[in-house]
Design a protein around this ligand. Structure first.
Ligand SMILES: NC(=O)c1ccc[n+]([C@@H]2O[C@H](COP(=O)([O-])OP(=O)(O)OC[C@H]3O[C@@H](n4cnc5c(N)ncnc54)[C@H](O)[C@@H]3O)[C@@H](O)[C@H]2O)c1
Length: 448
């Protein structure tokens, strides 16, 4: 089976690489000629662990094109992973997917024989079985059915872990037009992921609702953990890590994502949660849990800003360590680190910041709000207080001798990567959701 992949961005180019690595001939298509050229030259268009290695190793099976007709007619299946940006109402917009359906349809009008179209982009319930299908049928002059298959197969993968996520997914979600289309996609996954791949098959609307429900359930767990953290910031003797660890032992709950720290960010969790609320609204309901989850998440930056303000006077210099929304990616969409840097600046702090991969995009959005330093060590040297927002592994290596000049008095270690005892009196390590360390740090400021 030959496969064309439309959209060579953060998910599309890793999909190309993984399919080629599993023996498929793959043609990438993108409206961005730079990405097409890069794929043709076997250069990763986006930064993602293992992507460059796979593109180099399997280059014989990979090409890219802007010639839709050729790419589609010469392949048996076309997968679509283009943006579905959120509108002001929180619903995903289908514009890009629909224009892709026009292109695919026009090419399919000239192709004989069966073709399978798979939509990976996240869509609102009702989209794939509604406007997406209509546009494909109208442009191709063919009906979805025995000789034209349509599937919805959304991705749950996190940036920085895309290749691993594609090869080892928790489960695979397939919405299908009919059994034949679903069987072909299931067969592909059994080859790519393995015979024991955990696959859930259903109609389009159930799959569309499942996609945003999974992410909303996960964000609900994160916001629950952070609510516990807020309580433990102030409840005498309380430590959220002890409580969360115990709760997670209950098999009805589980430990995954029950990790109290900072809020969630990135291109999926925030907008999928909001879209879930929007779906409820559109059918005359109210998704209170999703709305509250989002509300709790939005106040995490103010929570951190207030805690910093309780420890050190405004006018001091605060360091933000970590600006990408998670480790191993340069993506800063809905990043807590970026929001914290802006918020600290707004309340009167001078801000220095660092990120191992995201300093380029961060500089563009932060402008004068923060001074970016090339290393974490240099950042700390300028800071009276530091907040580790993104749990990059290199921040776990921060050592007491990095703050030898005695300037940095507190490090708020949101992900508990450091060992407080080893820093002794050089610098106080403060844990979010640990009343004792927060109160002790605040007491110091009050005594001065
Ligand atoms: N990034 C994630 O973590 C993630 C995770 C799960 C799901 N998703 C979903 O995947 C979809 C794509 O996300 P992404 O992060 O890969 O986006 P992206 O912006 O990184 O990449 C999209 C690519 O599509 C190309 N494109 C846009 N319009 C096109 C067109 N008409 N024809 C051909 N190419 C076109 C762009 O040039 C770009 O290269 C979205 O629906 C998103 O919600 C993303």
């Amino acid at each position: 089976m030959k496969i064309s992949v439309v959209g060579l961005g953060k998910l599309g180019s890793p999909i190309v690489a993984v399919l080629a690595a599993k023996g498929y001939d793959v043609v990438g298509i993108d409206t961005n000629p730079v990405f097409v050229e890069k794929i043709n030259n076997h250069i990763a268009p986006v930064e993602e662990p293992q992507l460059q290695e796979l593109l180099t190793e399997h280059k014989a099976r990979i090409s890219a094109s802007t010639d839709w007709a050729k790419a589609i007619t010469e392949t048996d299946m076309t997968t679509v992973i283009v943006p579905t940006p959120s509108g002001v109402d929180g619903a995903f917009r289908n514009d890009y997917v629909l224009s892709v359906m026009d292109e695919i349809g026009r090419a399919l009008a000239k192709k004989a024989g069966y073709h399978l179209v798979v939509v990976h982009s996240t869509t609102m319930p009702g989209s794939v079985g509604g406007p997406v299908r209509q546009r494909l049928e109208r442009a191709s002059g063919r009906k979805v059915g025995p000789d034209l298959g349509l599937c919805y197969n959304p991705e749950f993968i996190a940036l920085g872990d895309v290749i691993n996520g594609l090869l080892h997914p928790d489960f695979i979600l397939i919405g299908e037009s009919d059994k034949k289309a679903g069987d072909i996609l299931e067969g592909l996954y059994r080859k790519v992921v393995g015979p024991h791949a955990n696959i859930a098959r259903m109609n389009f609307v159930n799959a569309e609702l499942t996609k945003i429900s999974v992410n909303t359930y996960v964000t609900m767990k994160i916001s629950f953990a952070n609510t516990l953290g807020e309580i433990c910031d102030r409840l005498e003797g309380a430590d959220v890590s002890v409580v969360a660890d115990a709760i997670g032992r209950d098999t009805r709950i589980g430990k995954k994502y029950l990790k109290p720290a900072v809020g969630y960010g990135g291109p999926c969790f925030p907008r999928d949660t909001i879209a879930f609320g929007r779906v409820a609204h559109l059918v005359g309901g109210i998704a209170d849990l999703a709305l509250s989850t989002d509300k709790v998440n939005r106040r995490q930056v103010s929570r951190l800003t207030e805690i910093v303000g309780e420890m050190i006077p405004a006018g001091s210099t605060a360091a933000v360590l970590g600006l990408s929304y998670k480790p191993n990616t340069p993506v800063i969409e809905e990043s807590q680190g970026i929001m914290l840097a802006k918020s600290l600046k707004d309340v009167g702090f001078s801000v220095v910041a660092h990120d191992p991969m995201a300093s380029g995009p961060a500089r563009t959005v932060l402008g004068d709000a923060a001074r970016l330093c090339p290393t974490a060590r240099e950042t700390l040297a300028h800071a009276d207080i530091a907040v580790i927002v993104t749990p990059w592994l290199e921040y776990a290596e921060i050592a007491p001798d990095w703050i030898a000049n005695g300037r940095t008095r507190f490090i708020i270690d949101c992900w508990r990567q450091l060992t407080p005892a080893s820093f002794a009196d050089r610098c106080k390590i403060v844990h979010l959701g640990h009343q004792e360390t927060i109160a002790a740090a605040a007491k110091r400021l009050a005594a001065e």
